[in-house]
Design a protein around this ligand. Structure first.
Ligand code: ADP
Ligand code: MG
Ligand code: ZN
Length: 608
């Protein structure tokens, strides 16, 4: 922009200077007509005439100067003769014929025609120069924007990654391969070509890769697989080639392809267009990974949260032959992650992060990082300087369910219904041996929920049993049954519970073999539609008769759960009313308060 302006100014300056050089000196001399000149010559006032082209520079006797223009076609003498100059008068005037200086002559002729052209040329040049950058971009589509992660401003090391012990070990080994390839080659070992990091979103795949970049000490290239594919067909393959070339040039090096499922999806499932391009890109990746020489020291690390949909060819030995699974953090890891993210935050002195870790099973690293951040924001918004335990606890619920909706006005009736609904959930959960303990009950809306009951397992759970699922189903029914028993009516508040329950029962029957009648079999193969990336259609690989039986079994499970809930609620109506009443007063009950309340009734687990 500035360049253009200065160019324009410069051009104008040049023009002005040229003009003033050429014509500037004429301003002091008087301009006269040939007529006048003839008269002056006749009266003997003219000393000398210098002819330069058609211009006559006249020296008048008293030292004045003048200029006149003569006709182009005629000579001077003839012209003056025509104007009636007497020959003897003319003889007294000294005549000098100057050849027009070449430069001035040509400038005089060319400038008027050339100047506009020059100006236009300059304008075009400026425009073209700008367009060229665009054109370059157009021609460099095939080039990738693979980025070199060199000297990070915020260098991340393995110390910044909590937990993920196996993953770290695996990657450390890979880095070791790069640093001392000899050691391994001498043993006849082949250097692994690819490491695939698999884990649900937010488990720290990208973070771990960045840590490798910070630790490895070799060039680390980073690209997101979605950047391979763009609007134009064929770009993906070209970019892939370019990425690998760049990495190979810098070998030993690491190439990190993030979110590889964007191109690595199983080939041949192309619904929704664009899959040809993706397939070509994937093929190119396969080719490049095969193309490495045995001693090329480049290792490809890729990350995905959908390993199930990756093309099998990617996973075969010689490509991503190392697969590292990043699990959701367990209790200890969660505490460690919280510690990492608490580092630059002012925490209350006796704050216990472990208590937060206990309450957050199923949270990913990203969720935990988010939780700490929410707590900090919450504290700052309340103009406090130090984060306390309660800030962290309420952030858990915020991350889980969305922000509190304290402002929402609800009628007394609505409040009562919500209180009985949640009390129903809580009572069932507390009455069944196989249910997780209740952690908190609240009738303050959060996110889309009108109220909520949080149950948490005592330990991290990896396997679940049928009896746990049955207890879960009954607990889900608790809200519905409670409303029905107390108000003889049902509200819309239970709809989500019912949906969850139905889904759970369906999975129990069709996937987990938890129905006596259907036996240990799975039913239905789920397919996904590529462009949605979600499992939305499931193929029925069984007959209509079986389908009807499955539905019957699902109904049976739900009916049983309903009966269990009903039995508990009618047996313990007093307790239910008590919980609901307390909830209406206090709006939220923490674990201790809730179980303290139950103590009075001395409840025993109910066997069903
Ligand atoms: P993804 O697996 O989806 O690539 P990221 O690596 O982007 O997840 O993680 C998102 C954020 O979560 C990280 O920037 C980091 O703040 C936090 N995080 C995730 N896992 C961990 C961990 N193990 N230790 C510390 N922070 C973590
Ligand atoms: Mg990521
Ligand atoms: Zn409910």
């Amino acid at each position: 922009m500035y360049k253009n302006i200065s160019w324009a100014i410069l051009t104008l300056l040049l023009i002005t200077i040229t003009f003033s050089l050429l014509f500037g000196n004429q301003s002091q001399t008087e301009k006269i007509t040939v007529n006048q000149l003839a008269a002056d010559i006749n009266s003997g006032q003219v000393d000398k005439i210098t002819v330069q082209g058609n211009t006559l520079n006249i020296d008048i006797k008293d030292g004045k100067k003048a200029v006149a223009e003569k006709e182009a076609e005629l000579g001077l003498t003839q012209t003056l003769g025509n104007y009636g100059v007497k020959p003897d008068a003319l003889q007294k005037v000294s005549l000098e014929i100057k050849n027009e200086s070449g430069f001035q002559f040509w400038i005089g002729i060319l400038l008027p025609t050339l100047l506009p052209l020059i100006v236009i040329g300059i304008i075009f040049w400026v425009i073209f120069r700008q367009a060229k950058t665009g054109a370059n971009q157009a021609f460099s589509f095939g080039r990738s924007n693979v980025r070199l992660f060199g000297a990070f401003k915020d260098r991340i090391t393995f110390n910044d990654v909590a937990g993920l012990k196996e993953a770290k070990q695996e990657l450390e080994e890979v880095v070791d391969f790069l640093k001392n390839p000899k050691k391994f080659l001498e043993m006849g070992a082949r250097i692994p070509r690819g490491v695939l990091l698999m884990g649900s979103p937010g488990t720290g795949k990208t973070l771990l890769a960045r840590a490798v970049a910070g630790e490895s000490g070799v060039p680390f290239f980073y690209i997101s697989a979605s950047e391979f594919v763009e609007m134009f067909v064929g770009v993906g393959a070209a970019r892939t080639r370019d990425v690998f070339q760049t990495a190979k040039k810098a070998a030993p090096s690491i190439l990190f392809i993030d979110e590889i499922d964007a191109v690595g999806r199983e080939r041949g499932t192309g619904l929704g267009g664009g899959h040809d391009e993706r397939e070509q890109t994937l093929n190119q990746i396969l080719v490049e990974m095969d193309g490495f020489d045995r001693d090329t020291n480049i290792i490809v690390i890729a990350a995905t949260n959908r390993p199930d949909i990756l093309d099998r060819a990617l996973l075969r030995p010689g490509r991503f032959d190392r697969r590292v699974i990043l699990d959701l953090p367990d209790l200890n890891d969660r505490e460690a992650i919280l510690k990492i993210h608490a580092k630059n935050k002012p925490l209350e002195q006796n704050l216990d992060l472990r208590k937060v870790a206990v309450r957050t099973p199923g949270f990913s690293g990203a969720d935990l990082a988010n939780l700490m951040n929410e707590a900090a924001i919450f504290t700052a918004r309340n103009n406090r300087k130090i984060i306390n335990q309660n800030d962290l606890f309420s952030s858990i619920e915020k991350v889980l369910l969305g922000p509190e909706r304290k402002g929402r006005v609800i009628s007394q009736k609505e409040k009562e219904i919500t209180a009985f609904h949640e009390a129903g959930h809580a009572l069932i959960a507390a009455s069944l041996k196989d249910s997780d303990p209740v952690h908190k009950i609240s009738i303050i809306g959060r996110g889309r929920a009108g109220g909520y009951t949080i149950k948490l397992p005592i330990e991290d759970i990896h396997l679940k049993t049928k009896s746990q699922f049955t207890a879960e189903l009954a607990t889900l029914m608790g809200g519905y049954v409670s409303e029905k028993e107390i108000f003889k009516d049902i509200s819309t508040g239970a709809s989500n519970d019912l949906k969850e329950a139905t889904k759970l029962a369906h999975t129990m029957v069709t996937q987990y073999g938890m129905s006596e009648k259907m036996g240990p079999m799975t039913f239905g193969e789920s397919h996904e539609l590529v462009f949605l990336g979600k499992e939305i259609s499931s193929e029925k690989n069984y007959s209509e008769t079986i389908a009807a039986e499955i539905d019957k079994e699902i109904k049976l499970l739900i009916d049983q759960a309903y009966k269990t809930a009903q039995k508990i609620i009618s047996l313990r109506k007093k307790v239910l009313e008590n919980i609901a009443k307390t909830l209406m007063e206090k709006e939220t009950l923490e674990q201790e308060e809730f179980y303290g309340l139950l103590k009075k009734f001395n409840l025993k687990p109910i066997m069903v």
